[in-house]
Design a protein around this ligand. Structure first.
Ligand SMILES: [Zn+2]
Length: 110
């Protein structure tokens, strides 16, 4: 889900001193957080509460698309766009609200 529209509407209506509280599954909370930061909210204006951590977003390093998976870092997942089998790295991008996924056999190819 893309939260940019919601973030932009909140940004237009907010005033100095307003705070935004976000609660829900981690994957959604982090996606909302990235959208809010992208439209100009400050980290100190956000109150976040994750209620579940089963699902994560993984962004493919090869085609730059992100999808949700029930997985944790270290797991292998398929990229739905380029078809590569990806290893989920521990690196998390707050900007993309996603873990980095790269080709599981990347070192075997140029
Ligand atoms: Zn891909």
């Amino acid at each position: 889900m893309d939260y940019r529209d919601l973030a932009q509407r909140l940004s237009r209506r907010s005033r100095v001193g307003d705070r935004v509280a976000v609660a829900g599954p981690e994957v959604g909370v982090l996606s909302v957080r990235a959208s809010l930061l992208a439209v100009g909210f400050l980290r100190t204006e956000l109150v976040l509460h994750a209620t579940g951590m089963e699902e994560i977003r993984v962004r493919c390093a090869h085609c730059r698309t992100a999808r949700r998976f029930i997985a944790r870092p270290g797991a292998a997942v398929p990229c739905g766009r380029c078809g590569y089998r990806l290893i989920v790295h521990h690196h998390f991008s707050p900007t993309h609200a996603a873990y980095l996924g790269f080709r599981i056999d990347a070192e075997d190819h140029d």
